[in-house]
Design a protein around this ligand. Structure first.
Ligand code: PLP
Length: 354
C-alpha cells in the first residue's frame, strides 16, 4: 500500500505556513523510531515520533508551538512572557527556556498542587530564574484571573507582557503542529511507512487538532486517536471544533473539510489530571524495559497506556502500522518518584510470589 499523499497540498500548506513569522527554538526534524520489541510483542508495526527530543530545555512539544507564538510576542514588542500551569508544568519549563533563549523575562503562575516540590519541571523553572507565583487552587487549568493580576502589575511597572495560555495552545501555536505533522508525513514517505492509526495526547487539543487537520489536508486517512489526559470526551470535541475553526481560518483551508476517522478516548485519564494510574505506570515500565525509552506519568505514559489498551481490546489488525507521538514530559518522572517506587515494589512482590 502506498501513502497516497497529495504533494500539491503539502506544498500549498507549507507556503501558507511560511507567511507566518517564527523564531528558531529547535533543530528538526525529530526522529521517527521503529519500536521493534514492543511491535513484535503486539503483532504490529510500531513507530514512535520523538518530539521528546526537540532540542530545547529537555525537549517536548512546546518548542514547535512557541516558535510561532513567541514570534507574535516579539512582533508586539513584548519584553516579558507570562504563562500558567500546574506545579510540574512542562509548558512552564519550556516557556522559561524559550524566553531565556530569546533574551526575554518570564513569569510563571503555577498551581500549588501536591507535586510542588523543588523537583522535575519546577526545579528547572527555578533554575532558569523567572518569577514564580504559586497559587492555591484545585484547578490549574483556569488561572486567568491571577495571570491578569500579574499583567496589570507588570504594565504599571512599565513592562509589556505577552500572555501565553495554558499548554501554549493558541491559534498561531497550532501552526507549529501543522508543521510538525508535515515533518512526520515526509518521514512516512522517506521510510515507506503507511500508518493505519496515529496516537497523540489530548490536553487542550492543540496538538490533536493540528495533526488531524494537517493529515486530512494532505490526504492521509489514518485513524487519529487522541488520549485525553484531563477532560471528558465531549469537552475535547468542543475544543477540537474551536481549534479546527481557528486553524482553518489561519491556513485558509475549508472548515468543512472532512475529519475522517478519529477517536477521542477519556478512559485513560483516571481519577484526575496528573494522577499516575496503574495502566499508565505499567505502560511506562514496559516502554522502559522493552525499548529503553522513557515516558512520563501525565502525558506520554497515558497515551501509551491507551495504545496498549487498544491492542489488548483487539482493535488493531495483525500487522497494522501504528504510530505514537511522544510529546515529552519526562522531567515530571522525578516528581513522581514515590508513585513509581511503590509501583515497582508492587511489581516485584507480584513477581516473587507469582
Ligand atoms: C508533554 C505534553 N504533551 C502534551 C501536552 C498537551 O498538548 P495539547 O494541550 O496541545 O493537547 C502537554 C501540555 O502541556 C504536554 O506538556
Amino acid at each position: 500500500m502506498s501513502l497516497g499523499v497529495d504533494v500539491q497540498h503539502i506544498a500549498e500548506l507549507r507556503s501558507v505556513l511560511a507567511t507566518y513569522p517564527t523564531v528558531e527554538l529547535m533543530d528538526g526534524p525529530t526522529p521517527l523510531h521503529p519500536l521493534l520489541h514492543l511491535g513484535a510483542d503486539l503483532g504490529i508495526d510500531l513507530w514512535l515520533k520523538r518530539d521528546d527530543l526537540t532540542s530545547l530545555g529537555l525537549g517536548g512539544d512546546k518548542p514547535r508551538k512557541l516558535e510561532y507564538e513567541l514570534a507574535q510576542a516579539i512582533q508586539a514588542g513584548a519584553d516579558v512572557i507570562v504563562t500558567s500551569g500546574s506545579a510540574q508544568s512542562n509548558h512552564a519549563r519550556l516557556t522559561s527556556a524559550a524566553a531565556r533563549k530569546l533574551g526575554l523575562d518570564v513569569v510563571l503562575v503555577l498551581g500549588n498542587d501536591e507535586h510542588a516540590q523543588l523537583q522535575g519541571n519546577l526545579l528547572t523553572v527555578h533554575l532558569m530564574g523567572g518569577e514564580v507565583v504559586m497559587v492555591d487552587t484545585d484547578d490549574h487549568w483556569d488561572l486567568d484571573e491571577e495571570v491578569d493580576v500579574v499583567c496589570t502589575r507588570l504594565r504599571a511597572e512599565g513592562r509589556n507582557p505577552h500572555v501565553v495560555p495554558i499548554s501554549g495552545t493558541t491559534p498561531h501555536s497550532c501552526l507549529g503542529y501543522v508543521d510538525g505533522a508535515l515533518e512526520l508525513v515526509d518521514q512516512f514517505t522517506a521510510r515507506d511507512v503507511v500508518p493505519d492509526v496515529i496516537f497523540t495526547p489530548f490536553g487542550t487539543g492543540g496538538i490533536f487538532s493540528a495533526y488531524l487537520l494537517a493529515m486530512r489536508s494532505v490526504g492521509i486517512g489514518a485513524e487519529i486517536v487522541g488520549i485525553s489526559v484531563n477532560r471528558p470526551a465531549e469537552e475535547c470535541e468542543e475544543n477540537l471544533d474551536h481549534w479546527w475553526g481557528t486553524l482553518s481560518g489561519l491556513l485558509g483551508t475549508d472548515p468543512e473539510l472532512g475529519r475522517g476517522r478519529y477517536t477521542i478516548e477519556d478512559v485513560y485519564v483516571g481519577p484526575d489530571y496528573g494522577v499516575a494510574t496503574t495502566e499508565c505506570l505499567d505502560a511506562i515500565v514496559s516502554m522502559a524495559r522493552r525499548e529503553g525509552i522513557l515516558l512520563d506519568p501525565v502525558y506520554s505514559g497515558k497515551v501509551f497506556a491507551g495504545l496498549l489498551g487498544h491492542a489488548a481490546a483487539g482493535r488493531f489488525e495483525q500487522g497494522s502500522t501504528v504510530v505514537m507521538l511522544h510529546s515529552g514530559g519526562i522531567p515530571a518522572l522525578f516528581a513522581y518518584h514515590a508513585e513509581i517506587e511503590a509501583h515497582l515494589e508492587q511489581g516485584d512482590r507480584h513477581r516473587s510470589t507469582g
